[in-house]
Structure formats: structure tokens, C-alpha cells
Design a protein around this ligand. Structure first.
Ligand SMILES: [Zn+2]
Length: 189
């Protein structure tokens, strides 16, 4: 991840990282601020090479996230440039019986991965970039990304998953030693 380019990205352990836990606000109109947050969200997703990114990860209070248009199964980060679709006021209307557990990664927690159970198939509704309501059925990794980002919008992160479900791994990265200590204190609390 290019952290210099992704300077607006909220990382765990950084000054404003508490904002990762704030639930977001409904987007009722395409104000100037909403539009500028959409473009910042897209460029931060690009800079952090993420498959998806939520508004609160860039300190925005708007209820929206972006997902890369071309994704590969279980690939959370990408080296090449991609385009992103925005999902405003996203919600899940229906879920499949089938649940799958798999590892998840997050740009705000570059030194962690968590094993998270997700619905394999979901029917969703959201507003697109023109605030038109859309309905879609998502499956597999795309459904997982949608559920991961929806958790962010509710203020839930990978740490919450660890506390509830166990299954969390530190990724072996030297620069993460400080965060490791902070998190270890949190997890034993
Ligand atoms: Zn995330």
C-alpha cells in the first residue's frame, strides 16, 4: 500500500482512528460535500490498492462505500489501476442460508487478517452515483466485500470480528510492531 498517497486513509493506531467506529449518516441528496467525498473515496481506494473502501475509512460521515469494478476471487489488494462503483445507503434485503468462512483483510488494519463468516449470496439495495435506487443479487467474494464494507458503515471492524468469533492473525510486517502491542492490550482486555 502506498501510504503517502493514501494520506486520508484512517489507519488503526492513527490520531483519528476512533472515527472508524462511528456509524454513518443517510445520504439524502447529492450535495457538494457528498460529491467531493465520493471522488476522495475513489482516489483513496485506488491509492490504498483496495478492492473496496468505506466512507468512514477516510473520515467521511456519509453512508456509502466503493467497490472495484473488476475483482478477483479473494483478492483484497490490487497492483493495477481499477475503476470503482459507489454504493450509497446500502442495505441487505435478503440472505442465503449458506454461510462461508474466509480470511478478510482491510486497508485500515494492514497488519491483520480475520476469519469472518459471511452469507454466500445476498440481495441488496443501494443508491447509485445519481441517487437512483438499484437492486442486485451478489454472490461469493463480491457479496463478502459488500458485507465487510457494510460492517464498516456500522462502525464494526476486523477487531470486532475477533472479539466475537475468534480467528485473527497478525500479518508478519516489521513496521507494525507498535500497533501489535496496542492491539494485544485491546484483545486481552
Ligand atoms: Zn475494511
Amino acid at each position: 500500500m502506498d501510504l503517502k498517497k493514501a494520506s486520508n486513509l484512517l489507519l488503526f493506531g492513527s490520531k483519528n482512528c476512533k472515527e472508524l467506529e462511528y456509524p454513518n449518516c443517510f445520504v439524502g441528496s447529492l450535495s457538494k460535500l457528498v460529491k467531493s467525498d465520493i471522488s476522495l473515496l475513489k482516489s483513496m481506494a485506488q491509492a490504498s490498492k483496495s478492492a473496496s473502501l468505506s466512507a468512514n475509512q477516510i473520515g467521511s460521515e456519509h453512508n456509502m462505500f466503493v467497490i472495484r469494478q473488476k475483482i478477483k476471487d479473494n483478492q483484497w489488494f490490487y497492483e493495477d489501476k481499477g475503476y470503482y462503483s459507489v454504493f450509497i445507503n446500502p442495505r441487505i434485503c435478503k440472505v442465503s442460508q449458506k454461510i462461508e468462512e474466509n480470511w478478510e483483510y482491510c486497508a485500515s488494519f494492514p497488519w491483520l487478517r480475520a476469519k469472518v463468516p459471511r452469507f454466500l449470496k445476498i440481495k441488496v439495495e443501494y443508491d447509485d452515483e445519481g441517487l437512483n435506487t438499484r437492486e442486485k443479487v451478489l454472490e461469493g467474494f463480491l457479496a463478502r466485500l459488500f458485507q465487510h464494507e457494510l460492517d464498516h458503515l456500522r462502525g464494526l471492524t476486523l477487531i470486532n470480528w475477533r472479539l466475537n468469533h475468534l480467528g485473527l492473525d497478525f500479518l508478519d510486517k516489521e513496521e507494525n510492531e507498535d500497533n501489535k502491542e496496542i492491539l494485544q492490550v485491546l484483545l486481552t482486555f
